[in-house]
Design a protein around this ligand. Structure first.
Ligand SMILES: *Cc1c(COP(=O)(O)O)cnc(C)c1O
Length: 381
């Protein structure tokens, strides 16, 4: 038995002040959506350059609501990447539309924008780009193709809060105010509320309609009456969760800086001889972008042919948790049943078979990247 504590691939950092604030909310008598959720929305809006922001119970609910607000429905197509958390594609099915997958670029692991135009048909209404591991999709190229093809953009920025493009935070408008941006605050994301999400709205969408879709379509009148004109869902964020979010948002810059420093330690460590030997054998490091990314994850690709399952088990044996984010989703049973098959998106499939998420989170010790890389070199030896 090792005395070194187990190192998970991620762990949230929740400070004592936040815990005390949550306790105060629990004692206050108002625990569901209220003043704290409103304060969290205001703080996020300020972060996003003053754009309207509405908080939700998940990043899946925000994506689905964005598609509804954009008028995407049955008969429509939505372009996206097959290398993402399955939520990105599931929401397209949920509104009755059809996903159109476009393979990823090997260098960034994000959707290959050069291939998007070729996938657009007269039925294509929107594109959902995903900033995998927090590395932003090229916003200049993205909005060029969206403008040329008349596509609505719903940025799936679940992983990229804290990242930036051209000096402005992700969440700012890169699409002339017509773009949606969706964030997730799932426990593993860079900013967490336990579970939660936020939707940044375009200028031409009424935030009140967004609020109605979030809560049963209900419209309340000053005289106490109410009406329902649209079938909304149930996806509001509680004040308990929003209080965690307010405590997290204050520290987002610090978290991002710490993640970047740890990522740098990984790159420095893999530059040593045993790391170079791994690279020579086909291990691939993540794209080295240190300027734009928030380092939501540090993901290597194992050498081709490696048995990933045994690497995961051997790392666990050495006290290190690693993860898989993600297998190419068009090969899941549901999507195969809809017509996709092996070979459709070879770049995403290769990455999806080889990808491995190494530990990276703000509370990691300076020496942990060395410990992880040393273990990986031994496991792959
Ligand atoms: C986490 C995540 C989502 C979904 O967010 P939830 O809050 O878990 O519903 C969607 N897309 C991507 C890329 C994600 O990483």
């Amino acid at each position: 038995m090792s005395s070194i504590p187990f190192l998970p691939f991620t762990r949230p950092t929740i400070d004592e002040e936040t815990i005390a604030d949550v306790a105060a909310v629990l004692r206050s008598g108002w625990i569901t959506t209220g003043p704290r959720a409103a304060a969290f929305e205001s703080a996020l809006s300020a972060y996003c350059g003053g754009r309207p922001v509405r908080a939700f119970s998940s990043g899946t609910a925000t994506l689905e609501t964005a598609l509804r607000l954009a008028g995407v429905g049955p008969g429509d197509e939505v372009v996206t990447t097959p290398l993402t958390w399955v939520a990105t594609a599931n929401v397209i099915l949920a509104v009755g539309a059809r996903p159109v997958f476009v393979d990823v670029e090997a260098a960034t692991r994000n959707i290959d924008l050069a291939r998007v135009a070729g996938a657009v048909t007269p039925r294509t209404r929107a594109i959902i780009p995903v900033d995998l591991a927090g590395l932003p999709v090229d916003r200049d190229a993205l909005y060029r193709v969206a403008r040329d093809r008349g596509l609505r953009v719903v940025e799936d920025a679940a992983q990229s809060l804290g990242s930036a493009w051209a000096g402005r935070p992700i969440g700012s408008s890169f699409g002339e105010g017509r773009d949606f941006v969706s964030f997730s605050f799932h426990a593993n994301k860079n900013l967490t509320t336990g579970e939660g999400g936020a939707l940044v709205l375009p200028d031409d969408v009424d935030p009140v309609l967004c609020e109605r879709l979030r809560l049963q379509g209900v419209q309340r009148f000053p005289d106490g009456g109410m009406d329902v004109a649209v079938a909304g869902g149930k996806a509001n964020l509680t004040d308990i969760a929003a209080t965690i979010g307010l405590g997290q948002l204050k520290r987002l810059g610090e978290f991002t800086a710490r993640r970047r420093a740890l990522a740098r330690r990984y790159f420095d460590r893999f530059a040593l001889p045993d790391g170079q030997a791994l690279l020579a054998r086909g291990l691939a490091l993540p794209p080295a972008d240190q300027e734009h990314g928030n380092w939501h994850m540090f993901q290597v690709l194992l050498p081709p042919g490696t048995n990933r399952g045994s690497v995961i088990a051997d790392m666990k044996e050495r006290g290190i948790g690693v993860g898989v984010h993600y297998p190419a989703l068009h090969l899941f049973t549901l999507y195969r049943g809809l017509g996709w098959k092996e070979g459709d998106f070879p770049v995403a499939e290769d990455i999806g078979r080889r990808i491995l998420t190494l530990p990276l989170f703000p509370a990691m010790a300076d020496g942990d990247p060395d410990r992880v890389a040393t273990a990986l070199a031994a496991v792959l030896a």
